[in-house]
Design a protein around this ligand. Structure first.
Ligand code: NAD
Length: 420
């Protein structure tokens, strides 16, 4: 493989984390090589007709990190900054997430470099259908199962399902997860990631001997993950005092009314100028005193620059890769912040995606209570596994989570062996 194709700061970060864990586990060199680098890199040109009649070529990628433990599972992202290296990093993290949660999957991720905010519904549909056609030979319910990520949603998944069905000649709902309920999606999938973030954040509070009432939270991002994290935290009695999105940040020490904010965002599209809070500098918001800080938007937002100034007790990583390795070193030295690492904290989404896939094979629908109860059971189990490992081995929570996951993948590869 041409490893220079993956040159990207996010991939460098995922690779650096992997190397640290491989050292800690003393993984043999051959297994290291097999676990670190992706199995398949797929890049395709996606030409579509724009609404004005012109043709534009977009570029899409799908990275299948490994298929040792089952089909790859992971989101599809529409964002201008998408490139192969970033997609490969996200695929690697999906790998560890699925292994940590004991889901029968490898990790995958995909993306198209485009700006969905400046594309019509028709253009997005053509883009999605054409991308699906281009990668048809590489996807399938037992090969690669996509799901929504930044810039995509359940409608995107419905178009993929329909395009795939026109190829097979019959509906195959298990081809993607995160589908609309009317197309055999799962109850509880939309809120699953945010629910899991809030559930584990309050688990961490209990571990620190604090009850959720009278605690405060700051949430970066008010999309799928951020809004449901904030909603669930508020339902647990946590006061959400700061919230930001790409338009700006809101601050209200008395607590922001999340239900009202959701109505406001549904109408205005952004959190800016919400009447129930003041404006605050988005960067400064992250460093204000609070019990729970939940970055739920972008990668690399907790950095060497601000990690020393954080004033939270719990860092609940809703986003993928929000903390840089340099920030990790600072947080480890400080030792006063309980980090719930991304591959554990935001695993609720892929866990309920797995439930959706299982329900699709069973041709049976579980209700929301069943889904959330099963989700909480699995997240609780993973949380205890990680905190137990970290305490026993005196390592950070991130090291613990990744070590458990990478060992699971390495063991599976060693068991399956290779063609001689
Ligand atoms: P989304 O597109 O629904 O929302 C993203 C949010 O981030 C929006 O509110 C946007 O305004 C905000 N944002 C963008 N730039 C920002 C900035 N500079 N400052 C503050 N906010 C900013 O995306 P999502 O699905 O909520 O995903 C968010 C993160 O969570 C991503 O890292 C994604 O990979 C990760 N994640 C998502 C899921 C899921 O189920 N959706 C699962 C696991 C991990």
């Amino acid at each position: 493989m041409q490893k220079e194709l993956l040159a990207n700061p996010v991939f460098a970060m995922a690779a650096e984390q992997f190397d640290l864990v491989a050292e800690f586990l003393a993984l043999p060199a051959d297994l290291r090589e097999r676990c670190k680098w992706p199995k398949r890199l797929i890049s395709v040109a996606v030409p579509i007709q724009r609404d004005d009649g012109t043709t534009q070529v977009f570029y899409g990628h799908r990275v299948q990190h490994h298929l040792t433990r089952g089909p790859v599972k992971g989101g599809l992202r529409y964002h201008p900054a998408v490139d192969l290296g970033e997609v490969a990093a996200l695929a690697m993290w999906m790998n560890w997430k699925c292994a940590l949660m004991d889901l029968p999957y490898g990790g995958g991720k995909g993306g198209i470099a485009c700006d969905p905010r400046h594309m019509s519904r028709g253009e997005l549909e053509r883009l999605t259908r054409r991308f699906t056609m281009e990668i048809l030979p590489f996807i399938g319910p037992e090969i690669d199962v996509m799901a929504p990520d930044m810039g995509t949603n359940e409608q995107t998944m419905a178009w993929i399902t329909d395009t795939y069905a026109s190829h097979t000649g019959y509906l195959v709902p298990s081809i993607v997860t995160g589908k609309p309920l009317g197309m055999q999606g799962s109850a509880g999938r939309t809120q699953a990631t945010g629910h899991g973030v809030a559930f584990l954040a309050t688990n961490a509070l209990h571990k620190l001997g604090v009850s959720p009432e009278n605690t405060t939270a700051i949430v970066q991002g008010f999309g799928n993950v951020g809004s449901h994290t904030a909603m669930t935290l508020a339902a647990y009695g946590v006061k959400v005092i700061g919230i930001s999105d790409a338009s700006g940040a809101l601050w209200n020490p008395g607590g922001i009314d999340i239900a009202n904010l959701r109505v406001y965002v549904a109408e205005h599209g952004v959190v800016r100028d919400f009447p129930g809070a003041d404006a605050i500098d988005p960067e400064e918001m992250l460093c204000q005193p609070c019990d729970i800080l939940a970055p739920a938007a972008l990668d690399r937002v907790i950095t060497g620059e601000n990690a020393g100034r954080l004033q939270c007790r719990i860092l609940a990583e809703g986003a993928n890769g929000p903390t840089t390795p340099e920030a990790d070193r600072i947080l480890n030295e400080r030792g006063d912040i309980f980090v719930i690492p991304d591959i554990l904290c935001n695993a609720g989404g892929v866990t309920v995606s797995y439930f959706e896939w299982v329900q699709n094979f069973q041709r049976f629908q579980w209700n929301e209570r069943e889904v959330i109860t099963k989700l909480e059971t699995m997240m609780q189990r993973a949380f205890e596994k990680v905190t137990g490992f970290a305490e026993r081995n005196k390592v950070s929570q991130r090291m613990a989570a990744q070590a458990i996951a990478i060992k699971t993948v390495a063991d599976a590869k060693a068991l399956r062996g290779m063609f001689p």
